[in-house]
Design a protein. Structure first.
Length: 399
């Protein structure tokens, strides 16, 4: 846990799940820059400055999009904002940080990226995501709530804001400019226009979700139709790691409980269900859009009546101990801009708890990540089931 100093006071903030030895903060310079700007603009409004001076009235309907660990929403809690995020962990972090700092949990209304957006937004604050498609989708979804008087401010690290980022704001909302860089962070200022509003009322929604067919050479996944909402990893084509995993999945038969952990678009779990009609699948991801994609992929290929569970959650927290026969996992090794093994370690330890004796965890990953070391430490065993110069598929058995 670390302390963020804001113009309205200090906040104790932590990521979720909180790791006592984790040195990663729950905010960065981009969040600080935006909060300073809002305080200065609010002060100008209180002094009676005109609208052209860049004033901000936080007494209206405030929406915070893409808040990574709840730092922005917690700082603005007295103004009762709506937080919109695709991350379940970000929602949990926000809830915990509100309590940690003495706010009622209903001070911030938590919406997912798949929920119906607010009908009106007077102040729109956007933490620029890594995925340009997610930004595009969110701006399209929020555009009907934006009016010419809406104050729109984006924020991000310099490395996160590109010409393509600014073009999206410009095309969907209105004229856009950027600030000077401060501590390697920038602000984006967008002025929604009446002309854009008329165009938005006539225009179709964004292009998401999109679908593609898995090409031949992907093992049991070949020929499957994959459905992807915006922001999903490698949403427009099958990535080479998943392709390698699909070619080397275990061939199993009979009734068993299979968990696709960190399911993304669900192609791995769907391939298992197609190959083994008796398997019962559980798809888990912390991304609301990923789980929506996995359900759409599964239904497209397996059918609407086939049993399966789709869970937005924190790793395997909702899976009963000793209830899984097989866990399939392609763990992420980034948390936003930070490289970390915290997520993979949590997935591996959760898998060991969820598996029955004799149950198996199958993991695909880049060779250099050294997952075999962690798995041997946790399970007491680890076998290499397939490898190539870039990837490795590992199996650990619950003894």
């Amino acid at each position: 846990m670390n302390r963020l100093t804001t113009p309205w006071g200090d906040l104790d903030l932590a990521r979720f799940p909180e790791q006592p030895r984790d040195t990663l903060r729950a905010w960065d310079a981009a969040d600080e820059y935006l909060l300073r700007h809002l305080a200065e603009a609010e002060a100008e409004a209180a002094d009676g400055a005109g609208a052209d001076a860049g004033t901000v009235d936080l007494s209206g309907h405030v929406a915070v999009v893409g808040d990574r660990w709840g730092a922005l929403a917690t700082a603005l809690a007295p103004h009762r904002p709506v937080q919109i995020t695709d991350s379940y962990l970000a929602q949990r972090a926000t809830h915990a940080n509100l309590l940690r700092n003495g706010f009622d949990t209903d001070a911030v209304r938590l919406l997912s990226a798949r929920d119906t957006p607010p009908e009106r937004i007077d102040v729109l604050l956007v933490r620029v995501p890594k995925s340009l498609s997610l930004l595009e989708d969110q701006l399209h979804r929020l555009a009907p709530a934006v009016h010419p008087g809406t104050v729109v401010v984006g924020t991000g690290k310099v490395t996160e804001i590109h010409t393509s980022t600014l073009k999206l704001f410009e095309q969907i909302l209105g004229p856009t400019r950027t600030s000077l860089a401060v501590k390697k962070a920038r602000l984006i200022f967008c002025a929604p226009s009446a002309e854009r509003a008329r165009a938005r009322s006539r225009a179709a929604a964004g292009p998401w979700p999109i679908s593609y067919t898995v090409p031949e050479g992907a093992g049991t996944g070949s020929g499957l139709t994959v459905v992807n909402h915006a922001g999903i990893f490698c949403a427009e084509r099958l990535d080479i790691g998943t392709r390698f995993f699909l070619r080397n999945l275990p061939a199993r038969r009979g009734p068993e409980h299979v968990v696709d952990l960190g399911c993304g678009n669900g192609v791995v779990g769907t391939a298992v269900a197609v190959a083994n009609a008796e398997a019962r699948l559980t798809f888990i991801d912390e991304s609301f859009s990923a789980v929506a994609s996995a359900e759409a992929t599964f239904r497209k290929n397996v059918g609407t009546d086939s049993p399966a569970e789709f869970v937005v959650g924190d790793s395997l927290a909702t899976v009963a101990a000793g209830s899984a026969d097989l866990v399939l996992n392609n763990p992420p090794f980034h948390s936003h801009q930070a490289t970390t093994d915290a997520t993979s370690w949590r997935m591996f330890t959760g898998s060991r708890e969820a598996l029955r004796p004799g149950g198996e965890l199958w993991v695909v990953g880049n060779r250099h990540l050294g997952y075999h070391t962690k798995l041997r430490r946790l399970f007491g065993n680890c076998d290499v089931m397939a490898s190539d110069p870039k990837f490795v598929v590992l199996r650990a058995v619950r003894r």
